[in-house]
Design a protein around this ligand. Structure first.
Ligand code: ADP
Length: 417
C-alpha cells in the first residue's frame, strides 16, 4: 500500500518537473520571441527614421539645386563641403573639382588674403550677413576670368561645428546698370549746367549787339520820320518794336537763368514778411487796379527769402494782370500737407484759365494772352516753377474760366526733418 502511494507521489513529482521544464522552455521561447519582435520593431523604426532623413536630405538638396544663386557650403578650414548646380555654372567647374577643395580657388588672388581674414572673422561671430552690394567683391572662374559678385553668408550649426552657407550672385548686370545710371546722372547734370551756362552767356552777350541795332533803328526813326515814304515809317516802327520785344525777352532769359541758382544761403522767413515785400514791390499795380489782397496766417519757413518774394510777386502780379471785370480780390493762404510740406496758395477772381493750358503756362515764353492784351513775355510762371522745383517743391494751378484761378506751390518744410 505504502509503496503504491510512494510510487504515485514520485509519478506526480516527475510530472510536475516535466511541466516546470516545459514551462521554462515555453517562457524562454516567449522571451526570445519578444526580443525578436522588439528587434524587428527597432529595425523598422530606425529604417523609417533613416527614410525620413533621406527624404529630408533629398528635399534640401533639390532646394539647393533649384536656388537661383550659386550656393557653397564651407567649413571653418575653408574646405568646400557642398556646391550646387549654379555654382558649377557660375564658376565653370564640375562639382567633383570643387568638393574637398579650398574655397580660395573661387577667389581672385588679390582678394585671397582679405577673404581669409573675412572668413575667420565670420567663424568668430557667425551670423547672417549680406555683403557685396556696396563692397567690391570678385569671383574667379575656372578659366581665370574675374567677375563681380554679391555674397550673403549664413551660419549652419551642425554636430561637428559651424559651417558657412554662402549664396553667391553674379553682380555684373547690377554693377553695369548702377554705373550706367551714375554716368547718365552725371551726363544730365553736365548738360544741365552747360545749358544754364549757355542761356546765361547767350542772353548776356546778345544784349550788346541788340543794343546797337535798337539804338540805330531808334535813330533812324527819329531822324527820318516823315522824310521817307509812309511804308518806311511803318517798317522802322516794326523794327523798333521788334528790338524792344527782343530786349525784354533777353532780359527775362537772363533773369530765368539766374533764378533758383542752387547753393544760395537759406534763411528763415515769415511767410507774411515775404508776401508784404512782394506787395510793396507791386504797390502801384495794386493801387491802379484797386486790388484787394487778403491773407491767412502764413508759416515761417526756411528757404531762399528773395526767391520766395519773387514767387509771391509773380503770382499776385499775374492775379492783377489777368483780372476780370470786377476789381481783383486776391487771397493768399497756406496749409500743411502731411508732416513735411507747406502748400501755399494764391487765389483770384480773374479771367481764369482753360484746363488744357494748365501745364503749358509754366513753360518758358508760353502765354495765353497776346502782347496786345497784356504786357509780359511768358517768363513769370516758368521762373516760379524753376525756383519752387529747385527747392524740392511743386507748383500747379486750379482754375475755372471767368471765375478765377488758384495757384498752389508746395515747399518742403526743412525744419520738419
Ligand atoms: P506773362 O504774365 O509774362 O505772360 P507768365 O508766365 O506769368 O507770363 O504767365 C503765362 C500765362 O499764363 C499768361 O500769359 C496768362 O495767359 C496765364 N496766366 C498766368 N496767371 C494767370 C492768372 N492769375 N489768371 C489767368 N491767366 C493767368
Amino acid at each position: 500500500m505504502l509503496s503504491a502511494g510512494l510510487l504515485g507521489l514520485s509519478v506526480i513529482f516527475v510530472l510536475m518537473m516535466l511541466l516546470a521544464a516545459a514551462l521554462l522552455l515555453a517562457l524562454a521561447a516567449h522571451r526570445r520571441k519578444l526580443r525578436a519582435v522588439a528587434a524587428t520593431k527597432e529595425l523598422t523604426e530606425s529604417k523609417a527614421l533613416a527614410d525620413e532623413r533621406r527624404k529630408a536630405e533629398l528635399r534640401y538638396r533639390a532646394l539647393l539645386e533649384a536656388a537661383p544663386d550659386a550656393i557653397v557650403i564651407v567649413g571653418a578650414n575653408g574646405i568646400i563641403e557642398l556646391a550646387n548646380a549654379q555654382t558649377e555654372k557660375l564658376f565653370g567647374y564640375v562639382r567633383t573639382e570643387l568638393l574637398g577643395q579650398s574655397v580660395d580657388g573661387l577667389v581672385p588672388k588679390t582678394f585671397r588674403e582679405r577673404h581669409d581674414v573675412h572668413r575667420h572673422g565670420f567663424f568668430q561671430a557667425p551670423k547672417v550677413r549680406e555683403m557685396g552690394k556696396d563692397l567690391d567683391l570678385y569671383g574667379l572662374r575656372k578659366d581665370g576670368t574675374e567677375f563681380p559678385v554679391e555674397i550673403s553668408l549664413s551660419p549652419l550649426e551642425t554636430e561637428t561645428g559651424f559651417l558657412v552657407l554662402a549664396a553667391i550672385r553674379d553682380g555684373t548686370e547690377r554693377r553695369r546698370s548702377a554705373e550706367l545710371l551714375k554716368e547718365k546722372v552725371e551726363e544730365l547734370k553736365r548738360s544741365n549746367d552747360e545749358l544754364q551756362q549757355f542761356a546765361y552767356i547767350a542772353s548776356h552777350d546778345l544784349q550788346e549787339p541788340l543794343r546797337m541795332v535798337a539804338s540805330y533803328t531808334q535813330l533812324l526813326a527819329k531822324r527820318y520820320k516823315g522824310q521817307l515814304d509812309s511804308d518806311a515809317d511803318e517798317f522802322i516802327a516794326f523794327a523798333v518794336d521788334g528790338c524792344d520785344r527782343m530786349k525784354g525777352m533777353i532780359r527775362d532769359l537772363l533773369e530765368y537763368s539766374r533764378a533758383g541758382t542752387k547753393g544760395r544761403p537759406l534763411h528763415e522767413i515769415a511767410g507774411e514778411e515775404a508776401l508784404n515785400r512782394a506787395l510793396a514791390n507791386l504797390r502801384s499795380a495794386i493801387e491802379e487796379s484797386s486790388a484787394f489782397v487778403t491773407h491767412d496766417s502764413l508759416p515761417t519757413i526756411t528757404t531762399d527769402d528773395t526767391q520766395l518774394v519773387q514767387v509771391f510777386q509773380n503770382l499776385v502780379g499775374n492775379a492783377i494782370k489777368y483780372r476780370g471785370a470786377a476789381a481783383p480780390r486776391i487771397h493768399v493762404s497756406a496749409a500743411r500737407n502731411g508732416s513735411d510740406e507747406w502748400v501755399f496758395s494764391v487765389g483770384d477772381n480773374g479771367q481764369g484759365i482753360e484746363p488744357r493750358y494748365f501745364e503749358r503756362i509754366f513753360i518758358l515764353f508760353q502765354r495765353l494772352h497776346g502782347r496786345h492784351q497784356s504786357s509780359g513775355t511768358g517768363i513769370g510762371l516758368a521762373i516760379c516753377k524753376k525756383i519752387v522745383e529747385q527747392h524740392g517743391g511743386r507748383i500747379w494751378v486750379e482754375s475755372q474760366l471767368e471765375k478765377g484761378s488758384t495757384f498752389y506751390f508746395a515747399l518742403p518744410d526743412k525744419e520738419a526733418k
